[in-house]
Design a protein around this ligand. Structure first.
Ligand SMILES: C[S@@+](CC[C@H](N)C(=O)[O-])C[C@H]1O[C@@H](n2cnc3c(N)ncnc32)[C@H](O)[C@@H]1O
Length: 267
């Protein structure tokens, strides 16, 4: 009940603004801005699957560092405000509540998350009548640990939430909830300038398993647009939101490139 009240009070729908990018076939719509401003403008009940990877608060002191070739490491400069963990986690929770208005009865949701926020996401879904499970992304070749931390980060968690009538394509599903995929390395084909780009194959699997062909996938924290590329490649429609202009531009380029690749493939 508490969540229902939050959901209706926080997400009163507003007029829908034009997307900042629309693909020529209209299947991909991208918004440059804060998802907390954009989500209330989207059509209720229109989304078949949420696949998202919100900020983990990785710029927090003592958390992940980026290695620089031959120069040790530095703190990850991710996006403005990422070091303010209470603020980041509050944004993620509000965005989660807002997406509940947008999904239809057969929808599923995948929320990648850091360990600090996992139980918060689960609680909100379960209070709203969803069942939840977890997915693990196991990194085929994890990066060395940040200085002083000891443990390498070889896996990441994802909350999977669904209702009884959910769409689920078992033929596309991996054998278990542990999915092995490699993270991108600098200089690797497909790697773009985003510090936490998710593996395309991993995201593509989730979209194919839980969104029907031609269905609509939403990613309120799309970063470099990996979820959008997965949708173009698999014939799903996509709405993505990204607040950092630099990453938004990368997402547009990647999605345009995915369309060009599709056109070459079908010639
Ligand atoms: C973990 S990254 C997503 C990476 C993405 N999965 C990829 O493969 O590139 C999270 C993204 O959310 C963006 N972000 C943070 N707060 C946001 C907000 N309030 N609205 C929209 N985007 C936001 C960040 O700039 C960052 O690019």
């Amino acid at each position: 009940m508490q969540i229902e009240q939050r959901a209706t009070s926080e997400v009163a729908p507003c007029a829908t603004p034009a997307p900042d990018y629309t693909s020529p076939d209209g299947a991909v719509r991208l918004y440059r801005g804060d998802c907390l401003d954009v989500l209330p403008t989207l059509e209720a009940g229109s989304v078949d699957c949420v696949v998202t990877d919100p900020p983990y608060g990785i710029s927090v002191k003592g958390s992940v560092h980026h290695r620089q070739a031959g120069r040790g490491s530095r703190r990850l400069d991710f996006f403005d405000g990422d070091e303010d963990w209470p603020m980041v986690s509050a944004i993620v929770k509000r965005a989660q509540v807002q997406t509940l208005r947008l999904v239809n009865e057969c929808a599923s949701a995948y929320w990648f998350c850091g360990h600090r926020v996992f139980s918060d996401l689960v609680r909100v879904f379960e209070e709203e009548g969803y069942s939840t499970r977890f997915i693990v992304w196991s990194k085929a070749c994890p990066a060395p640990p940040p200085p002083g931390s000891g443990w390498s980060s070889g896996a990441e968690l994802c909350v999977y939430a669904y209702k009884p009538g959910r769409y689920f394509d078992g033929a596309e599903a991996p054998r278990s909830n542990v999915i092995v995929a490699d993270s991108y390395r600098h200089g690797q084909p497909g790697k773009v300038d985003h510090p936490t780009q998710k593996p395309l194959g991993l995201i593509q699997t989730l979209a194919q398993v839980s969104c029907p062909p031609d269905g609509l996938v939403l990613d309120p924290f799309m970063g470099s647009g990996t979820t959008g590329v997965a949708c173009v490649r698999t014939g799903r429609r996509f709405i993505g939101v990204e607040k950092e202009p630099k990453y938004f531009d990368i997402a547009v380029k990647r999605i345009e490139r995915a369309y060009e690749d599709q056109a070459l493939f079908t010639q």
